[in-house]
Design a binder for this molecule. Structure first.
Ligand code: RP5
Length: 168
């Protein structure tokens, strides 16, 4: 059986700058990934074909990033029963609020796990995908636990430095 991987789809190459942190975070945990620019509106047939093919090849989690009228995550979710994480892009006249609502307000029956707008969401999408994969991978689960502890230690170190510098 092929190793499970994460499929990242983004609606435009203009989303890549935001989604780079998602790619980097998956790489940090050694998670296989495929990255695609495919749009629910501009390339619907190619998006449809890719999702069905990736699903059959062992994709474990789909991450779909799109801005404006962001229908990509919902479109992917309609085509698979694998978990789909939607990342609303921070752009356009409404600064991502349009994408947030388009991604999160799915009708009952077709779930999308929607994360935050922009880079925080892109990072969390990768971490959430890793947590899903870690349900059946104890090594990955331990790496996620270690990473969480190391992040907490770094915040506490910053607290100590700032506390010393600014407290009288
Ligand atoms: C969405 O429209 C894309 O995901 C992107 O966030 C936004 C703008 O796309 P471009 O006009 O920059 O290609 O479909």
């Amino acid at each position: 059986m092929s190793k499970p991987f994460v499929a990242i789809l983004m609606g435009s190459d203009s989303d890549l700058d935001t989604m780079q942190v998602c790619i980097d975070t998956l790489d940090k945990f050694g998670i296989g990934r495929e990255v695609n620019v495919l749009s629910a509106h501009r390339t619907p047939a190619a998006a449809h074909a890719y999702v069905q093919d990736a699903d059959q090849r062992g994709c474990a989690v789909f991450i779909a990033a799109a801005g404006m009228a962001a229908h990509l995550a919902g479109t992917v979710a309609a085509l698979t029963v694998k978990p789909v994480i939607g990342v609303p892009m921070e752009g356009g006249a409404l600064k991502g609020k349009d994408a947030l609502l388009s991604t999160v307000m799915m009708p009952g029956g077709i779930p999308v796990a929607c994360v935050a707008i922009g880079k925080a969401g892109a990072k969390n999408a990768a971490l959430l995908a890793a947590q899903i994969l870690a349900l059946s991978d104890t090594t990955l689960a331990q790496r996620l636990t270690d990473d969480r502890q190391s992040n907490a230690a770094s915040v506490l170190a910053k607290n100590e430095a700032i506390h010393k510098q600014y407290s009288k």
